[in-house]
Structure formats: C-alpha cells, structure tokens
Design a protein around this ligand. Sequence first.
Ligand code: GLY
Length: 375
Amino acid sequence: MPDTPVQVEPLAPLPLTYPVYCAPGALGALGHIVQQHAPAHRYVVISDEVVAPLHAARVMAALQQIAPAERSTLFTLPAGEEHKTRAEWARLSDALLAWGAGRDTSILALGGGVVGDLAGFVAATFMRGVPVVQLPTTLLAMVDAAVGGKTAVDTPAGKNLVGAFHDPAAVVMDTALLNTLPPAVLRTGLAEMLKHGVLADAAYFAQVEETGRRLALLDDRARAAALTPLVADSVRIKAAVVADDAREGGKRQVLNFGHTIAHAIEKLLDYRLPHGDAVALGMIVEAQLAELSGVAREPLARRIREALTAVGLPTTLPAGVDRDAVLRETLGDKKARAGAARYALPLALGEMDPAEGRWSRPVADALVRQALDAI
Ligand code: GLY
C-alpha cells in the first residue's frame, strides 16, 4: 500500500550539496524526492533482515510510483556489524550485476549505520559510483552515519578500514520510524547527539540530556515530536563540520571525539557492545584525557558522565575488558599516525581544541592509561 504522498521541505539552510529531509512521515514524499534527486532507470533498495520486513514495502511502493515494478528490487543482508564486510560488499555487488543493474541505477540504503555504510560503499564502487539515497531508520544513523558521505566496510584489523567518501544524493529521515525502536537502541543515538553538544553547543547538550531523561515516559507520537528538532540540530552541527572539511584533513576529526577509545573497546568485545554505548565510555575517557593533559579549561568528564547517566547510557567498562588491552588497541586505530593514537579533545562544553589547526593531538600512553581509570 503506497504512502499518501506528502510534501516535506529539506532542512534549510544547510551547507551541504544534497538535501536532508527530517520529519515524521517524510517517507511519504520518497517517490518525489528520488525522482528529483536520484532519478534512474533502475532502483536497488539495500536493507537488512530486521528492517526490511518493517519498512521495505513502503519504499518499494514509493519507487513504483515513479518506475514500473520490474525496475526496482530489494536485496537484504543479515543484521549486525559483523556483516559489514568485504564479503557482503562483493555479494551485493554481484547481485546487482546479476539483476542487470548498470550505471543508470540508484541505490537506496534502508536501515541503520551498517546498512548505510555498506550500501553507500556498494554505491561508491559500483560502475565507479552510482547515486545513493540514505534512508536511516535508527536515531544513531540519522544523526551520524547518514550525513557526511563516509562509506566503508570493516576488516579483521578494525572498523571502517576500507571505504570511500561518497556523498548521498539525498537523505530522508522519517522520524516516525523511531517509534519502532526499543529504548536501548534509541539511547545509542543519544550518545552521538551528546557528542555533538560537547563539540559545538552546550545548550544543545543540555536539551539532549533533558529529552533523553524523559524519553521512556513519552508515547510514540510525543517521542517523535520531541526528537525531530533535536535530530535536525544534530544534522546542522554535523553538516557545519563536514562542510568545512569533507575529507577529514583537519576539523572533521572533532567528530571523532570519544571514538579512539570507543573503537578500541568495540573491537576487544567483537562489536557486541552497541556503538553508542562504546562512544559513551570513550567520551568520558577522552574528556578525562583533556583534563589530565591540561587541554580542558573546565572539568568535563564529570559533567559528561552525569548526562550519560541521565539518559541511561553506560559509564563503566564492561567486566572482563582489560584497560591495557584498550590502550594497545588504540595504537591500531586508523587515526593513529606514526604509531601514536591521536585524540580530538574538548576545551570546554561546546568547544573543541583546534590544536594549532590540526584538530587532534597525540597523547602520551601513560596519560591514556590514567584516563582509562575513569570508566
Ligand atoms: N562519524 C564521524 C564522521 O562522519 O566523520
């Protein structure tokens, strides 16, 4: 059953070359948006086995408003970070070829960050690059992965180590989809939203904390209403950073706040810890590092821990994870240069350390080890 077509305006003004639509019910405008920003002869929807049964029928129906049914297809992959692999990239690329997709194909990535990154990488490489429309279905993917053009797969050596920058043709965030998410999945998005507050806007940080605190008490409609403006603000914060430095030569590294430690913890736990939970722990440690190294102008780790606790995110390292092993893993991080991990550190809530224009700095292992005691 197709959605009743609706009209949704893109967020404005955004310093990006592609539109971002963010509203409850935005998928109702999908046919029109795809026709406008990613028109093609054939359309391939890539999703996972959890999301597809919930939302793919609406997406396929929207495509049938703009092209005959036989020119659209759906490919799925099993859900989970462990499937964001070169093997899945190859399988999906081969499936596109076998179906007859050519250069005149647009891909729609329907799902969370794993699907967005993997389908984005298929789009970046298929026939040397075809358009991708990002349709994030989780709070985390809406505020982070869907915007900014990073696409990648993981390798045994770490997360996102093989990938490409490939901007989407459009991003459509239907915030009503957030109603289907359990609190544990929603809160992983809140971690990235709090991160945006730390790096750019202290008032936004407090708003996310306050909304996150009462999220579980809201009914579905009220939840979407409360989250939509916050998602839009997170997109604005991220867009401003990405517009300045799309290829992460400098300022974009601020988006990695909390992530050097988070990636190390995730890898040690074989990606069983949700990304947002790992980012929560990473933010505490890296804020502590900013204090210990004399970069921070004010106590930050305690304030960040308070907000994470308020929204239900973890603040202590899961049992069995060895702090020295975390430290060792940071040296294999792709942000490491010449064997030293680099950290984007906050000066204060809402302001990052420019580090003389490099936006990240190496920190002595001994300080990192000491900071790890904060979780
Ligand atoms: N997730 C960090 C970035 O997009 O740069």
